[in-house]
Design a protein around this ligand. Structure first.
Ligand code: HEM
Ligand code: HEM
Length: 140
């Protein structure tokens, strides 16, 4: 059930991070005001990312390819799910959360957009670099 939950929320996490990042870059280039809508978009992306983190941690402790596979690091598929995906995603989550926290301290609209755009973008790229694609979309 955890695995199903994690692989389903993954769509929302990736879509929301992508949309809020593009939105923030567009805000920078249009030099427009940071509105309530921009804040909500970034916040929803943050919340889904945090939920995914909690579910991911629970999955890691329970899945046969999570913590239980830590002893089999010479197998690339197991190294990905037991180590690389969790570790890189936790780093990505920290960066995204820093982006959120820092945007609040910025006075200008441009400053707010920049914090979200840059840190969410790095987080998203890190997440995309370590998705276990063949588990998510198994070749039938
Ligand atoms: C391992 C679990 C979690 C950790 C370590 C964590 C950590 C954090 C941190 C460090 C912040 C930044 C606070 C700030 O901006 O000053 C934050 C913000 C937030 N988190 Fe989490 N979180 C976790 C789970 C969750 C879950 C499960 C949810 C929702 C169901 C959630 C919802 C939020 C929200 C809404 C904020 C934004 C608060 C705001 O600034 O308005 N988090 N979290
Ligand atoms: C934050 C962004 C994250 C995304 C978008 C994401 C996405 C995914 C996806 C798509 C899969 C394949 C699921 C499937 O079998 O269909 C997966 C598997 C997995 N994820 Fe994540 N994940 C994230 C974070 C995390 C974190 C933070 C952890 C642990 C701390 C974690 C632990 C795992 C584990 C252990 C698996 C393998 C589960 C299994 O097949 O039994 N994930 N993840």
């Amino acid at each position: 059930m955890l695995q199903m939950f994690h692989s389903t929320i993954a769509y929302a996490v990736l879509a929301l991070l992508l949309v809020s990042t593009i939105n923030a870059f567009m805000g920078i280039s249009a030099k427009r005001n940071f509105t309530k809508k921009d804040r909500s978009l970034a916040l929803v992306a943050l919340i889904f990312s945090h939920i995914q983190l909690v579910v991911g941690l629970a999955l890691w402790f329970n899945s046969p390819v999570g913590k239980a596979a830590l002893g089999q690091m010479s197998n690339p598929a197991l190294r990905l799910t037991a180590m690389e995906h969790p570790l890189i995603n936790i780093i990505a989550l920290v960066l995204i959360t820093i982006g959120w926290s820092k945007h609040k301290k910025e006075e200008s609209s441009n400053g707010k957009f920049k914090k979200i755009a840059y840190l969410y973008a790095i987080g998203l790229v890190l997440i995309l670099s370590r998705i276990p694609w063949n588990l998510w979309f198994p070749a039938s």
